[in-house]
Design a protein around this ligand. Structure first.
Ligand SMILES: [Zn+2]
Length: 281
């Protein structure tokens, strides 16, 4: 029993160490559900990051793959809508709640990630390394469909991708957009200032709907609003810095209640120290 508990604790620490929107208890209690976004494009909600499921006549492309134990259920859900196999998996970034299924899926599909995301996985000794990486832009052509993948710079991490389905006018943003929430993973090269430029580049893409890293499918206006709100929050942090405040004091002084949909989450609080450093000049 003691051994099991110790193992469970170690597992929990490992998971927390590599995933940023993970809440303890969600692993077993959150059932996965699948919803249609537009024709041939679905989202799987539940524990871990949102999985995008793109169906073509030559195979399926997944965006992110939650935790390893979810792979059978993800595949089961894909099988309810198509007989085609999963051919490609695109990792939006290296956090464990988005790439945890890699080790199982690598056996039968190619996994694509940004070069830095793979490097982060190597540094953190995460299993299931992608075999295909790129620097700025890549396109997957499958079954007469196109999926365009972009790295617009640092934001949530230094290896974030935006996945664009141009014919469907949908993007999967990974954790670059989680409505009313953010986490700047400074240890993995994240940057709040660069993130603003990433939003700008993202908004140049033609899309109506966005599958966020976590939470329900949103739309273009939600992304525009998030960019604005994030800028307001940065400005408020700058003001606290100018007044000589500390990150600890900012937890109490940073006002968010006038920004609809925002909550001062632990992830945002954990970003404060880095934000103070980044925004001090
Ligand atoms: Zn993340």
């Amino acid at each position: 029993m003691k051994g099991t508990r110790c193992f469970a604790f170690t597992l929990l620490i490992t998971l927390i160490g590599s995933s940023w929107f993970f809440t303890p208890g969600s692993l077993e209690s959150q059932k996965l559900t699948m919803e249609k976004v537009v024709d041939n494009l679905y989202v799987i909600y539940g524990a871990g990051g949102n999985v995008g499921v793109f169906i073509t006549k030559e195979g399926v492309i997944l965006v992110d793959d939650k935790f390893e134990q979810h792979v059978p259920e993800i595949i089961g859900k894909v099988k309810t809508i198509t007989d085609q196999p999963v051919r490609y998996v695109i990792n939006t970034h290296h956090h464990g709640d988005h790439v945890g299924g890699n080790p199982l899926l690598l056996a039968t599909s190619e996994i694509i990630a940004h070069r830095n995301a793979r490097k982060n996985m190597v540094n953190k000794a995460q299993p299931g390394l992608p075999r295909v990486t790129f620097n700025e832009e890549a396109t997957v052509f499958l079954g007469g469909q196109e999926v365009r993948i972009y790295h617009f710079g640092s934001g949530h991490t230094n290896g974030d991708l935006v996945v664009h389905f141009p014919a469907q006018k949908v993007i999967h943003s990974g954790d670059l957009f989680v409505k009313g929430n953010f986490f700047v993973d400074y240890a993995s090269g994240g940057s709040s200032l660069e993130w603003d430029k990433v939003f700008l580049a993202m908004l140049k893409l033609e899309f109506d709907k966005v599958i966020p890293g976590h939470g329900e499918v949103a739309n273009r206006n939600d992304v525009i609003q998030q960019k604005k709100d994030f800028a307001i929050i940065r400005q408020r942090i700058r003001k606290i810095i100018q007044q000589g405040g500390s990150p600890d004091q900012a937890v109490k002084r940073l006002k968010l209640d006038d920004l609809p949909g925002w909550k001062f989450t632990n992830l945002m609080k954990r970003s404060l120290k880095g934000l103070f450093k980044e925004l001090a000049n």
